[in-house]
Design a binder for this molecule. Sequence first.
Ligand code: UDP
Length: 238
Amino acid sequence: MKKEMIYEGKAKKVYATDDPEQLIVVYKDDATAFNGLKKGTIAGKGIINNRMSNALMQRLEKAGIPTHLIKELSERETLVKRVEIVPLEVIVRNRSAGSFAKRYGVEEGMVFDEPTVEFSYKNDALGDPLIVRSHVLALKLADQAELAQIESMALRINEVLRAFWASCGIILVDFKLEFGRLKDGSLVLADEISPDTSRLWDSVTHEKLDKDRFRRDLGGVEAAYAEVMRRMREQNEA
Ligand code: UDP
């Protein structure tokens, strides 16, 4: 079923299948940060991110959000719908952290009254620069209707994920989404949702349970990913 590798990214490989509209994603343990400047591995990460992303996407599907997910094939492999990725990183924030805190000179953890949505232009050579909506249109990265739909889907996804993570004793600080176009042009949630792409803090202690442990050399990276997985499992079984 798995045919030639058509793409290798930082954390995943993508393979063709017999069906031109379906691809297989294979999750690796490789981790990078700061636009590839920092490299490492997080043992078992691929398994956790595959399982977690699929469980979250199933939950989102139930809430009416279309996703690329077809079927989990193994601990690291998932069958997905082939999409044309919209070259935008869609970032939703509930609290200040990371580049937001740095850009505006505020502490991490400031609670927002309303979530924010921002876009970065997905372009490694340019370092994924922040992009305003009119420039998305000028560059024809997406049209007005798509932008509106992406934004409303991102906010709805935030509501679903925030409530779920809260039930696991976790604060969803911020996260990154990517969307893709199916053959008929309709938009679906693609890529992954995991501790690689989300900031997850323990609700009580505010301990970081995500990739910031790797980015900032905080130690306990594997343990943090495993803890998030454990809490998710416990909640899914409840
Ligand atoms: N993020 C991501 N990929 C990126 C950039 C950001 O998954 O290339 C996620 C990141 O893990 C965090 C959120 O998007 O959950 C917001 O990231 P931010 O803009 O604060 O950038 P960072 O501080 O990670 O550089």
